[in-house]
Design a protein around this ligand. Sequence first.
Ligand code: PLP
Length: 466
Amino acid sequence: DDDVMLGAWSERHTGPMSADFTSYDEATVRKLDRQHVFHSWSAQDLIDPMPIARAEGSHFWDYDGKRYLDFSSQLVNLNIGHQHPKVVKAIQEQAGRLATVAPGFANDARGEAARLIAEVAPGDLDTVFFTNGGAEANENAVRMARLHTGRPKVLAAYRSYHGSTAGAITLTGEPRRWPSEPAQPGVVHFWGPYLYRSAFHAETEEQECERALAHLRDMVTVEGPHTIAAIILEPVVGTNGILVPPDGYLQGVRDLCDEHGIVLIADEVMSGFGRCGEWFAVDAWDVVPDLITFAKGVNSGYVPLGGVIISPAVRDSFGERAYPGGLTYSGHPLACASAVAAITAMREEQVLEHAAALGQDVIGPGLRELAEKHPSIGEVRGLGAFWAIELVRDRETREPLVPFNAGGADAAPMTEFAAACRERGLWPFVHFNRTHVVPPCTTREEELREGLAILDEALGVADRYA
Ligand code: PLP
């Protein structure tokens, strides 16, 4: 009887599709966008964003059939590349089976996604609270830390990005916070390590590590350890420059947190799920946080998904009670089914090992070779498929190629450099005076070498200002 009922339901709703997008041309797409879409700050060209017609693997195409090598991974998101057939199929199958379910039900795709995420998480972290993206993950991690400790404050780093919702933008330590000031109370910022522009006048990695830790310890002391619920940081800082911490730094922060009962939150929204050639960036230093926030690479963003991976100690403080917070789409079956497919494919295709090798054998050496040739390159840094080139006017003074937070005419050297990349079929990720090299972790070596050759040509434009 149930089958008859379902058949009748399908029959009542057959007929033509609501929109056949294959018939939309470039002009239509541009017009719809311009008239009806209010873009976020991530639009590369706010006036007239380029329509993308299709994508596959490490490439996407515009409506003229021009191909771009995606060195941005669409906001450092597509760890598994565009249109991975197994992930696409998992979404299609899940949609055919059960397209949505409220968070208050148990669900196979959600349970399996949580199990797999716990399996790849470091240490004893074994429970997952699902969100729709990175900002919400950080909001909820902070709430968990506050409820767990009963303390009000959070320490967050300058040169960080944690998302654009009210709490997450308050945690953020860079100009994207400015339009949201005065932000929420209870967040205090500290300086993390960044030897190339050291806040501590350090000259070696060891000094930078030692001084950054001493600074953080001082901050904890003067803020009052008993008032601090959490320290949140990006283990490898993403949008603010791919800042790889010196050995010992993350362990030092871990020790400081242990000393004072402070929850350590690692924001791995950008650095996690293979980007650094490990499941999580903290794995490169064997440090286990209390909470890990994730999004992006967990399913390469095919369906919005993020979350918090939680230690038993934090989880247990909620006892048998449910978490006091929730989201209608928490653990959405389409998102969870795509995460199961993405994580499984990453394992089967050894994507982590591939990303690590790309960093070590191709991107790192390739960028260092470019640095020998181009006077505009001040520093090259990164790991896995997570790299940045910092461009300068003067290698001695390290004056950035464009001023901090430059826009308009002031940003011309970077805008021209980016245009030179795009003309040659490379889509770069440009932020202030840096270009980040963040292709899909699945990019093939020959594709990468093609991209590096284009960077080589485009850097000629930056050299003219150096
Ligand atoms: N945290 C980090 C480190 C990020 O890089 C981002 C986004 O780029 C976020 C949080 C915010 O994630 P979302 O845009 O999914 O809210």
